[in-house]
Design a protein around this ligand. Structure first.
Ligand SMILES: Cc1ncc(COP(=O)(O)O)c(C=O)c1O
Length: 396
């Protein structure tokens, strides 16, 4: 194995650990525990567990470890800890490092559950949170204090697709010694170089592009060995957010095809967004890859010009028109995952972001006509034709 491999090679071979049978495809070690040769070995392992040794699947498992090592290699990081879901990863990354009295700064444009952790859970345990408009560096500058412990943001926000400048926010955070924690789901491991750009901790919901085929829940926290083994692991191994070995295997196999899938999905998303821009049934076509997107220059420098696999369409006529549009489409499914091979359409205001107050929805641009559209692997022309006929229906 080589540290110099590019992402695509890491995604196929990184972290592999073969059993005595020398299998080609990664083995699923579907076991909760591991047998010790004698009592002395058990004692020694509890005292110090080596990198190729295991105690209990809540702490670690060979299949889970392969997934962790593969995604860490792909991100150019030292280590990773896999979790039962993306939310277990967000919670694990933040809660493991924070204590009562700490201060964090968070972007306010967050997925509903991320916002819940920051706004409702962390504050309940005495963490002081300042929210900012993540796209406004002046607000980050004003909010970050000498005692700020961490900053948190989605590098591309769900569902309004704001792109946050990782390098600039990291510079401000690092000046006071704060850690930069990035939920990188929408940027994807394929397009993002978040660690290189200054993120200290990168979090993914593996449920999205890493699986990419809607099969399993999973998540992962990626960082330095010190942070993963010293801060995250003690928290997660005792609180039980571990990824199951079977789901880890699904994610491992997902990583092998991820670049092909995500590139194809992003190319289709770009094509569809360009074709829909200015459509008379749309108030706005939001897609980071469009030249008209407010942070398109940043998309060029931070994401190599790739706008991701999701676009958001603000349909004229509010909720009724949005529902008519959803119900008229024949190819995408109405659901709430993203990054899947199947295109998925979501109405955030009544589902994923339902919990937000009307004022928060207005502030974040989650209008009643907004549809989040995760572009799948179908033919882009078929998708476009389906969207166009559904837009017509929405205006009747
Ligand atoms: C930005 C973001 N973070 C975290 C999550 C949570 O992931 P999971 O559903 O795997 O817990 C999601 C899910 O939609 C998301 O969009």
């Amino acid at each position: 194995m080589s540290e110099n491999w590019n992402k695509r090679t890491q995604a196929v071979h990184g972290g592999i650990r073969r059993s005595q049978y020398n299998e080609v495809s990664e083995a699923i070690f579907l076991t909760q525990g591991f047998v010790y040769e004698n009592a002395e070995q058990a004692e020694a392992r509890f005292l110090e567990c080596g990198p190729d040794e295991f105690i209990y699947a809540r702490y670690g498992n060979p299949t889970v470890s392969m997934f962790e090592q593969r995604i860490a290699a792909l991100e150019g990081a030292e280590d990773a800890f896999a979790t039962a879901s993306g939310m277990a990863a967000v919670n694990g990354a933040l809660t493991s490092m924070l204590k009562a009295g700490d201060h964090i700064v968070s972007a306010k444009a967050l997925f509903g559950s991320c916002l819940y952790i920051v706004e409702n859970i962390l504050t309940r345990f005495g963490v002081d949170v300042t929210f900012v408009d993540g796209t406004d560096l002046e607000q980050w500058k004003a909010a970050i204090r000498p005692d700020t412990k961490a900053v948190f943001f989605e590098s591309m926000s769900n569902p309004t697709l704001e792109v946050i400048d990782i390098a600039s926010v990291a510079e401000l955070a690092h000046a006071v010694g704060a850690l930069v924690v990035v939920d990188n789901v929408f940027s994807t491991p394929v397009f993002s170089r978040a660690i290189e750009q200054g993120a200290d901790v990168v979090v993914y919901s593996a449920t999205k592009h890493i699986d990419g085929q809607g099969r399993a829940l999973g998540g992962v926290i990626i960082s330095t060995r010190d942070f993963i083994r010293g801060t995250v692991e003690p928290y997660l191994k005792h609180t039980g957010g571990a990824l199951s070995p079977f789901n880890a295997w699904v994610m491992l196999k997902g990583l092998e095809t991820m670049a092909l899938r995500v590139n194809a999905q992003a190319d289709s998303a770009q094509k569809i967004a360009e074709a829909l821009e200015g459509h008379p049934a749309l108030e706005r076509t939001l897609y980071p890859g469009l030249k008209t997107h407010a942070q398109n220059a940043l998309v060029q420098s931070q994401l190599g010009g790739k706008g991701g696999t999701v676009l958001s369409l603000d349909i004229k006529g509010g909720k009724d028109a949005a529902f008519a549009f959803l119900n008229a489409m024949t190819i995408p499914v109405i659901s709430n995952n993203l990054g899947d091979a199947k295109s998925i359409a979501t109405h955030p205001a009544t589902t994923t972001h339902q919990r937000l107050s009307e004022a928060q929805k207005v502030e974040l641009g989650i209008s009643s006509g907004l549809i989040r559209f995760s572009v799948g692997l179908e033919d882009a022309d078929d998708l476009l034709a389906d969207i166009q006929q559904a837009l017509e229906v929405s205006q009747k």
